[in-house]
Design a binder for this molecule. Structure first.
Ligand SMILES: [Zn+2]
Ligand SMILES: [Zn+2]
Length: 456
């Protein structure tokens, strides 16, 4: 028994069931709730907000406080003891080549890849700001390999389960000899002591000083960017001397400020791998589209859909809310009875199947909530956002959505339309961001596929 299930982890007594009692005796222990600089703090998630702690009669005989912030991972109480064994990186040696990916990096991808390797060697922090379609997964392979060669433990984390599920097979394929664990809520039994870990950012809270390289993908996506607990988890899970790489297509305003001030080392990839510019969205005022849906009133956005269908241009239609989407779906079934389409949302059990059928071009269009805003690729597609003014569509999510178009090298362009009932700051910000990335790419001579990039 070597306690490997506890190495680099920090777990409650129940969670370390598999660990030998003798090892628990020598393990490092600390209370679940402890004072940090005078403030009562949850040791697992870093919560210091007393409104997010509750008192309850406890089996230990007193009234114990427990943390509400990380409650969905099990209770952390005043009387909880957390156990930890230091990470020793006791992994078997691998045979070269560790990295068995045989694709080719574009010169831009290569530049990012080299900077990531440099960051791994110097154990620093770096943001990779790569536009949707830049091919960022391939860029991290060499960095991962560099850390593994040094005997490092590597974690790829994302706030979104979807992103983790999509990453896992690609990483497994690139590093077939290296044991990998995939951790997300509902798959916690999947834990084993491995040099490679793919996990949701939530799961990072169960690690402590484990990783030599932590890569966080889609950092801006819900809920990481406004959840201090998960940022705390990111810091807690990496070793004090370690490298941290952020990957995003849409850094938050806060992060963009850090970049401008020179406080965050950044690699910007403004161009897609195929050398065509990002499609710049067109804004179209469509009036009160909600009312139009509820009253089934013929309106501007209906002509938009009709035009797309006549031109046989397949498209994604984003809507801000499920109920509206379903109402629109019923109405459109009456208007276009001979067309093939459906709608998809996070609560849809058939969601994967529908996306697959859309990819196989079996639908004329697909209606969706923001769940398809990132992580999905269709070969040849236009994008319409109906109700782009709704507050669910942040600047970041609009940039991501626009990034669904023109991803494939054989179909590198596409039409993106923000159909709205009043322009918002988010709409303007998204368009500004896309234009500025295109200008940047043009200036650097990275666009060989475009007609022209107009300065403004
Ligand atoms: Zn208690
Ligand atoms: Zn907590």
């Amino acid at each position: 028994m070597d306690g490997k299930d506890l190495k680099g982890r920090e777990l409650t007594r129940i969670e370390c069931r598999s660990v030998d009692d003798l090892l628990l005796d020598v393990a490092e222990k600390r209370p679940g709730l402890a004072r940090v600089k005078g403030k009562l703090t949850c040791s697992r998630c870093g919560n210091q907000d007393r409104n997010k702690m509750q008192a309850a009669p406890c089996s230990c005989g007193t009234a114990c406080l427990y943390c509400l912030s990380c409650l969905n991972m099990g209770k952390i109480k005043s009387c909880t003891v957390l156990y930890h064994l230091p990470e020793t990186n006791s992994f078997a040696c691998y045979h070269e080549p560790i990295l068995q990916w045989e694709g080719q990096l574009s010169p831009e991808q290569k530049r990012a890849s080299d900077e990531i390797v440099g960051t791994v060697q110097s154990e620093q922090t770096r943001l990779i700001w790569a536009v949707a379609g830049a091919g960022k997964t391939e860029m991290i392979f060499e960095g991962i390999a560099a850390s593994l060669r040094k005997g490092g433990r590597v974690c790829l984390a994302s706030p979104r389960v979807d992103v983790c599920l999509e990453l896992a097979p690609r990483i497994k394929q690139a590093f077939p000899e290296v044991p990998l664990a995939l951790l997300y809520g509902g798959n916690e039994e999947g834990y084993s002591y491995t040099p490679l870990v793919i996990a949701t950012t939530h799961q990072l809270l169960r690690f402590r000083e484990a990783f030599d390289l932590l890569i966080i993908d889609e950092i801006d996506s819900f809920p990481y960017h406004n959840d201090l607990g998960l940022q705390f988890g990111a810091q807690k899970s990496r070793k004090i001397a370690s490298a941290l790489i952020y990957l995003t297509a849409t850094p938050s305003g806060e992060m963009q400020k850090e970049i401008r001030r020179g406080r965050l080392a950044t690699t910007v990839l403004p161009a897609r791998y195929h050398g065509f510019a990002l499609p710049e969205p067109e804004c179209l005022w469509v009036g009160n589209w909600r009312k139009a849906i509820n009253r089934k009133k013929n309106t501007r956005f209906l002509s938009l859909i009709r035009r797309q269908l006549q031109q046989k241009r397949r498209f994604l239609l984003f809507l801000p809310h499920i109920q509206l989407m379903e109402a629109l779906d019923r109405w459109l079934q009456e208007v276009f009875p001979d067309k093939l389409f459906t709608c998809v949302s996070a609560s849809d059990p058939d969601r994967e199947e529908k996306v697959k059928r859309m990819r196989a071009e079996e639908y004329d269009f697909l209606m969706t909530t923001t769940i398809l805003e990132r992580g999905v690729t269709f070969r040849d597609i236009d994008v319409i956002v109906l109700g782009a003014e709704d507050r669910v569509f942040t600047e970041a999510s609009l940039v991501q959505i626009a990034g669904r178009a023109g991803r494939h090298k054989d179909f590198p362009t596409g039409w993106v339309c923000f159909a709205h009932y009043g322009e918002t700051k988010a709409i303007q910000g998204a368009i500004r961001q896309i234009r500025s990335l295109n200008r940047d790419a043009g200036r650097r001579g990275l666009l060989h596929g475009t007609v022209s990039i107009l300065p403004n």
